[in-house]
Design a binder for this molecule. Structure first.
Ligand code: ZN
Length: 455
């Protein structure tokens, strides 16, 4: 049988497409895991709400293992920077096997929540003392293997991290395992790009402006601009970072970035929390993605992204779970809206033009921006696209008597019972009836790794 032969034929009671729900849609999946033309075979009924899988555009997999370990008040004023110290001491104990165990468990949780692609912003490259592993890509390969085991598609973004601050200071002892010079970084990137396949994309990540000295910036940007694939960067997450950038470079981070790089659709500016109106408009005009991680940004006390202005300017956005304090696209989008409601004392802030539904507006936006940041075609279920989708649990009381005007809002806002019942990635069922195909063995290995890590 050729791999273009049909292996599944489905009929979805309700299928989410770019312009909204469509009723009774049939589609086929071929042996390459792609949506294909109708074969005429009698379909398996998906008698529920069927949605394209959500890309998670920002992940540091290892941080999942410390979720909940930094919620006790310290002696001073707790902030992002005190959290970072906890994170660094945790990161120092992680080796490739531990990383694979944590990442596989994380990716299982992501799939069960409806994420089908993850952008891994990966900076834990070397041994704890900063020397390379015998196989320099060992930590990247651990993430690739974890994604393969779990069955989630991966956009691997190896991170260039060169200096410990805007003043160009060297990396601290705890940061040394993150570091590369430009040549070694480009070598790593080239080696990883050789591994690309249908479920593995490789792109560039620049840790942040403070991590790349100005002396290295120009040639680096010239180089990556000539290639293809996404370029991600952490930017303007913290007020301190904005102040340091102003003091050393005479401009705010987003302002400086636009003056020193051809920012366009290939770029994903992660967080971009602290923006002026001019920066907000410029980011929207560029077509770059604002990579928003609302639960992490809330957990770390970062601040609020200027969502209403950005949506008014037709800015592109996507969501990520970043530190993994929460693994749920529903919760990310809900908090994206709730943050705005709390600060403006208005309701339904995100709804715009195409729909008066907040849920539909945000889900549509995050699918589009997430796909763009992950280097995928726009997340729709149509001929030629990879078959990545989720089927909601129509037996859930939360979806009782919901129709096309209310289903998405109920999915996003009506609580925390898991509504994602089945998940397919690349034509393979990875989650059936709320259970991942290998969740028992993956969680057992994760528990053992956590025992070693916290011993
Ligand atoms: Zn991050």
């Amino acid at each position: 049988m050729s791999n273009t032969a049909v292996i599944h034929t489905f009929k979805a009671r309700h299928l989410w497409q770019e312009n909204g729900w469509q009723g009774d849609v049939s589609f086929d999946v071929d042996g390459r895991g792609r949506i294909t033309k109708r074969s005429g075979a009698s379909p398996q009924s998906l008698d529920s709400w069927v949605l394209p899988g959500m890309p998670n555009l920002h992940s540091h997999a290892f941080q999942r293992a410390m979720a909940g370990l930094a919620e006790r008040r310290g002696p001073g004023d707790d902030s992002f920077w005190t959290w970072r110290e906890t994170m660094y001491s945790f990161a120092a104990r992680i080796d490739p096997d531990t990383l694979q165990a944590i990442a596989a468990q994380l990716y299982v949780e992501m799939l069960k929540a409806g994420y089908t692609q993850v952008c891994e912003f990966h900076y834990l490259h070397h041994q704890p003392d900063g020397s390379p592993y015998a196989q320099p890509e060992a930590m990247s390969l651990a993430l690739i293997e974890a994604a393969r085991e779990a069955g989630i598609a991966l956009t691997l973004l190896p991170v260039l991290y060169m200096s410990g601050g805007f003043d160009g200071r060297p990396l601290s002892a705890r940061q040394r395992r993150f570091g590369h010079d430009v040549d070694r970084y480009l070598h790593l990137l080239a080696n990883l790009r050789k591994l690309e396949n249908d479920q593995l994309r490789v792109g560039v990540a620049l840790h942040s402006l403070r991590a790349i000295p100005e002396s290295a910036w120009r040639s680096l940007i010239d180089h990556v601009s000539l290639k293809t694939g996404p370029i991600h960067i952490h930017i303007a997450e913290q007020i301190g970072e904005v102040q340091d950038c102003l003091a050393t470079r005479g401009a705010r981070p987003v302002e400086w970035l636009f003056d020193h790089a051809p920012v366009d659709k290939r770029w994903c500016l992660v967080h971009a929390t602290h923006l002026t109106e001019a920066e907000t408009a410029q980011l929207a005009r560029s077509g770059a993605v604002a990579g928003l991680c609302p639960t992490t940004e809330a957990n770390l006390g970062d601040g609020l992204f200027p969502l209403a202005h950005y949506l008014d300017a037709n800015g592109v956005l996507g969501i990520g779970s970043d530190s993994h304090i929460s693994i749920s696209p529903v919760e990310e989008l809900r908090w994206l809206e709730y943050g705005q409601r709390l600060s403006t004392r208005h309701r339904n802030v995100s709804a715009r033009h195409a729909s008066d539904s907040v849920g539909e507006t945000l889900w549509r936006a995050a699918l589009k921006g997430g796909a763009q940041a992950a280097d995928l075609p726009i997340g729709v279920i149509t001929d030629g696209q990879r078959a990545d989708f989720m089927v909601l649990d129509s037996d859930s009381p939360l979806l009782a008597a919901r129709h096309e005007r209310s289903a998405m809002d109920s999915f996003l806002f009506a609580g925390n019972m898991p509504l994602v019942r089945h998940v397919m990635v690349g034509g393979q069922w990875v989650v059936r009836d709320h259970h991942h195909r290998d969740e028992v063995s993956i969680v057992a290995r994760y528990r053992a790794a956590m025992q070693r890590l916290t011993a």
